[in-house]
Design a protein around this ligand. Structure first.
Ligand code: ZN
Length: 185
């Protein structure tokens, strides 16, 4: 597999690769689209560009897939045991993601900390994610080349679990950043 180290590692560890290949879009997909005269719209989660990070769904998957434990149980967040033994590991990822999606936004940080401990995997080292996302320079260059950008919130939360103010911040904050860097003329 060609590509930067994190692409290989991401695929190797199976950290929901599709969402993480966005930097590759700027490097590879963009020139191909351009050479065929195709204009595309890309939806950006601006917080991941401003502050590169492994998103919550990737971090949960990573915690489960790298865990040396057989499962988690007895946490305040989960009423039943969640088993990591194969072939149940991928099901465990889905179960823990569903739980995340059901939580009010302000509880999600504590939930991730709890899983970090319960899986024994700890939190993902976010210093590893600097090369993961597009930069604003790449966005601007693509915009100048005729591509379009739409909003996909600031931090990619589950919007339905946020207060109205937080929802507005996620949507308007995202729009502001995209307008600043790649605004339509
Ligand atoms: Zn999304």
């Amino acid at each position: 597999m060609e590509g930067p180290f994190w692409v290989k590692r991401t695929l190797h560890q199976g950290i929901v690769p599709c969402q993480l290949l966005i930097r590759e879009v700027a490097h590879r997909v963009n020139p191909i689209l351009r050479s065929h005269g195709v204009r595309a719209t890309f939806f950006l989660t601006t917080g991941f560009i401003d502050q590169p990070q492994l998103p919550w769904w990737g971090e949960i998957a990573w915690m489960v897939r790298t865990s040396k434990r057989r499962g988690v149980e007895g946490t305040p967040w989960l009423s039943t045991q969640v088993i990591f033994d194969e072939p149940g590991r991928e099901q465990a990822v889905c179960t823990l993601l569903s739980k995340y999606k059901s939580l009010p936004g302000e509880a999600t940080g504590a939930y991730l900390d709890c899983l970090a401990e319960a899986t024994g995997s700890g939190r993902y080292d976010q210093a590893d994610t600097l090369e993961m996302w597009m930069t604003w320079d790449m966005v601007r260059e693509m915009r100048q080349g005729g591509m379009w950008f739409g909003g996909h919130t600031v931090t990619h939360p589950v919007l339905a679990n946020l207060s109205r103010n937080q929802q507005e911040e996620e949507i308007a904050g995202c729009k502001k950043r995209i307008n600043f860097w790649a605004g339509s003329e």
